[in-house]
Design a protein around this ligand. Structure first.
Ligand code: NI
Length: 142
């Protein structure tokens, strides 16, 4: 993406809010307020896009399950094979004798990813599941 020039705009804030912003920026290690605010805006844009079904998104689906529970492994594998086009990679870790941790890297339309995540997370035997969404980076300036 072509390097953009910066635009300046002024923002009016209550002093206490500005103080907290500066404290947070310092704690997080931002060099200046503008960098902190730009990251906050990017986060908001990414979150906003998660909610619209046709946007391309990337993300991870994290699952924890007991592989001794009947059919859970089969069910999860079947769902993943049905959606091989959007599941880029899978990591499986055996946490202990019973519990497995699986992380799926996904990329595709927001609505499709959300549906797959819901199917996996609500499958019988899954103890915990979470979809984390990020941007594909294509239309978000740095
Ligand atoms: Ni395992």
């Amino acid at each position: 993406m072509k390097k953009e020039t910066v635009s300046r705009f002024s923002v009016s804030l209550p002093p206490s809010l500005l103080r907290q912003l500066d404290e947070m920026s310092g704690e997080k290690g931002y060099d200046n307020r503008s960098l902190a605010i730009a990251d906050m805006i990017r986060n908001h844009l990414v979150e906003h896009r998660q909610k619209s079904g046709n946007e391309d998104i990337a993300g991870t689906i994290t699952l924890v399950y007991d592989h001794h529970k009947q059919h859970v492994q089969e069910t999860l594998t079947d769902i993943q094979h049905d959606h091989h086009d959007v599941i880029l990679s899978t990591v499986h870790v055996h946490l202990d004798h019973h519990n497995c941790l699986e992380v799926l890297l996904v990329r595709g339309k927001a609505g499709v990813i959300r549906k797959i995540a819901d199917e996996l997370i609500t499958a019988k035997g899954v103890k915990h599941g979470k979809l984390t969404v990020t941007t594909t980076g294509k239309d978000l300036p740095s």
